[in-house]
Structure formats: C-alpha cells, structure tokens
Design a binder for this molecule. Sequence first.
Ligand code: PLP
Length: 401
Amino acid sequence: MLHLIAAHQARPGDDPIFALNKEASERRARGETIVNATVGALLDDAGKLAVLPTAARAVHEVPPAEWAAYAPISGLPDFLRAVSDDLLARAPVLRECSVAAATPGGSGALHHAIKNFLEPGQTLLTTNFFWGPYQTLADESDRKLATFDMFAPDPAAALDRALGAIVSEQKRALLFVNDPCHNPTGYSMTDEEWHAFLEVIASHGKNAPVTLLLDVAYADYGARDFRASLGRFEKVLDRVQILFAYSASKAFTHYGLRVGAIVACTPDQKERAAIDAAFGYSCRGTWSNCVRGGQRAVTRLLTDPELSAALKAERDDLKSLLLRRVAAFNARAKDAKLRYPRYEGGFFVTVFCEDGPKEAARMREMGVYVVPQKKAVRVALCGVSEAEIPRLVEALAPLGA
Ligand code: PLP
C-alpha cells in the first residue's frame, strides 16, 4: 500500500544539478583534475566559495538573541524598508507604491507570486530557457508552466502570441522574466528589447490582470547597472502589476542564509493593502516567518554607510573576477565557433547543441562537468577559474559550428 498521493509517487528525489556537483566533487576528492561548471555559486580562482568579508562580518556580529527570536510574519519592518530602498531608490514612483514581505531567498518570492497571482491549475509563463525550479515551484503549487521563445527572430512577437493565448484562456497572466544575467543563458536584455516587451505586456494588461515578476537574483553582477533603468517599469504601472523577487544569496554571497523578499508595486492603495495582507497570509501558511538574524545582518549591510561602502567595493572586485572569466570565455569560444547568446556578465552561459545530455556525458568522461539541457548545456562560469577556461572550451569545442 502506497501512502504517498499518486501525483507525488514519482517525484525525482535529487536535484539534478546538485547530483552532478556531488559526482564531480567525489572524483576531485579521489585525485582527478575536474572542471566543475555545474553549481550556481561564485567560487574564487582557488575553487573556494567566495564570501564577501564584510557580509560575513555583519552576519557574525548579529547578537544571539536576534538569531533566536522570531521575526514578524512578513519580516522586520526596517529590513523591508532597506530592501525596497536598495532596489527602488532610483525609481521613486515604484518605491512610493511598493509593499514587501520577507521570503527565504528569491525562491520564496517566486512561490508567493505563483500562489497569489495565479489561480490553482493556471499557467505561469516564462522564457523557453529557464531556471529549473520555476517548474518545480509551479508543480508544487499545482500550477502549470508554459514558455515562449526568447531567441525567436522577434522575441516580442513570440511573447505577444504566448501571452495572448494565456490571457484568452485563463483571463489573467503571470510572467517571470529573469534579467539581467539570465539563468541559464547569461543573456541580458537591451533597452530596446525591454521597450518592445513592455509594450506587449501592457497591451495585454488592458484586457486582464497581467503580472510581471522580475527575477533580479543576479542583477548585481551584470555589465550594466540595472537600477538605473527601472524607470521603464514606472511607465506601465497603470496596466501591469510589477513584482520583484529580491535575493540576498548572490548579492551578499550568503546563499545559505536564506534571505530574500517579494516586492510588489501597486499604485492603488486599497489593492496594495490587500496584497500586503495576502503576502503575510502566505508567509504564515508556508514557512511562518524567515530567519530574523539574517534580516538583521542584511539590513545593517544596506543601511550602515561604512559597511555598505565596504561591501560594494568587495562585490565590485568579485564582479571583476567574474567579468574576467566572461572575457576569457568569449575570446576562446569565438575561436571555437561555439553558438551561445550574447554573454556580457553573470554566473552562467548556455551553449547550444543538438543533444545536451549526450554532450554533457561526453564532457563528463573528459572530467568536465556542465549541466545538460535538451538542446544545450549550461556552463556555470561562476565556479570555474580563469585558468580552467581553456580546458573547458576545449571540451565544448565539438559543439562549435
Ligand atoms: N532565480 C534564479 C534565476 C536563480 O538562479 C536563483 C538561484 O539560483 C534564484 C532565483 C533564487 O535563489 P535563492 O532562493 O537562493 O535566493
């Protein structure tokens, strides 16, 4: 007799990326020289997890009682203020109408968006390459996931068709866009591309409630300052519900601290209050409340001028380390004629091929680990030193045109 409900009896137990990482680490521990481009954490060139010293210090200095006590259900008010300021200080219209709740990482924010902006059974829309847990989060919430081709000759037209179909079918839509430094492709959208997308999204927002969630998990590692261009979202506020999934995992190099927030920008005061209450209710109904100590540390890092300047300088160094890898990859990948999207920064890049699983298996035999996708492999440059890049590209070379 099986006690698990039918729909959950064949759930894959192990996250495939974590499983590959485990295998690569075990081979390395046995003395093999392995290039491990699987996991999305930024490692230094010696292969150690890069931890921003100022962030570590702030975490260390949080007093025991702050770790021990509960936080308010929706998060510490000064944490929510600090996050909203960090994100939206340069977009005052968004800031003015924002409301936020603490979540365990950006993942929690994605969860809250799915639960509160789609009915059960409805479909979430995102790009055809996407971070795998989007599907898991949808499954877990009894929602479905559909995609549009982000690299179609006219991506805005592809979005228009997909969004139109969803709006006519379910009379509402929720769209996840991970930008800048999209995981897994490494793509960062241009101003013109955003302009075209927002025109499409706002046009559907005339007919039904349309929500756009910006997953900005990697925003601090982009080649351009994404905060400088947030004004573009102010222009569609009357038609589109804007949400942000804010994550402290990459921005503060504290992945395990599980600090994040969902930020909603809603001009109508009554609707904003309802969203605020719905977020609080969702918090209570899932994880109750988030770690208070983590919120304290991040608040201090965002609001103490000395700490925040030190943090920024350290993060700029890390960003430069990553950008050096990106430049080294681009130079060699061009020679190898690899096919991949424009790559200007961020943790990952995706190299296109005919058969991702077959290529990833071939590379594994050479001691090079990447994450297979259907017709591509994801390469986590965040975990590869500059010195390893020639070997990495050599293993990828058969994928070249
Ligand atoms: N969004 C994307 C695209 C990610 O890759 C990740 C983490 O890898 C997240 C969101 C959320 O991460 P966390 O829950 O650790 O903040």
